[in-house]
Design a protein around this ligand. Sequence first.
Ligand SMILES: N[C@@H](CCC(=O)N[C@@H](CS)C(=O)NCC(=O)O)C(=O)O
Length: 281
Amino acid sequence: MYFGGLARRRSRLNTLLFLIHTQSVAVRPPWVGRVSCSVHLNNNMRITKTLWNKASAARLLLYKRDASPPSNAVRVLGAMLGLQFDFEEPDLLQMEHRTPEYRKINPMATIPVLKDGDFTLAESHAINLYLLSKYGGEQKEVLYPSDLKTRAVIDQCLFFDAGMLFRRLLEVSQPAFIGKIDSASSTHIRNIEEGYGIVETYLESSPYVAGDRLTLADISLGCTVAGLEGIHPVDADKFPKCKAWLARLAAEPYFKEFAVAGGVLFGKLLRHVWRRNKKAD
Ligand SMILES: N[C@@H](CCC(=O)N[C@@H](CS)C(=O)NCC(=O)O)C(=O)O
């Protein structure tokens, strides 16, 4: 009964949103940008319909690569919010991100970088917090709840990702890309497994890293773990909760499209570079 009524209401709402969406597109003046209107179905499933609104007329430009986990964290959130990006793709293997021109855009010489009109912002965690604050609408409270302790736990995960877990991926990829190593060492693997162990602990009493619902923390950590899987897959016997969490995230359409596909691409790229480095020995 409950589900039947809910399904009918969802169906009517979706029809309404579809009509608004298609009609708005048809009459959309050229200066009008786009924001999303999301219908929260349950913990994981969202239907994002697009409305057109003057408030976000500026085009978003993202410097990214498809194999870059932090770039994919921005893309997952962007897709969840119904945002549209233009893209720039600096070639990291050709060191385009280390040029003086690129350093003017981002002195850290990393991707992703976001340009929102004349505002430029680097660092995926900062970018996601900005995008969610500016364009998140009702998703703000879902993905980054204002409850003090929940938010603090999400922040803990975001800083863990930026300060520790993603470094474990860079420790392997940076020297590989500049020709210095042709495999992951036992220390690299030990460090990655230590990272998986921490994620496992965060998942000890909840299905998501910061509680019962998917938040910004899962997006960032999930993209990093999907990338790390390209180096050393999560062993389901050692880290069963982490493996189950990854499968749960992969059921999210955008996560599979960007994070999982990006992790596979990163693994292929790394192996290609390792082979190249072996031959050069
Ligand atoms: N904490 C940063 C990490 C960004 C980062 O290191 N990105 C990698 C690509 S996945 C990069 O730009 N590497 C270039 C380099 O290390 O030279 C973020 O989340 O944006």
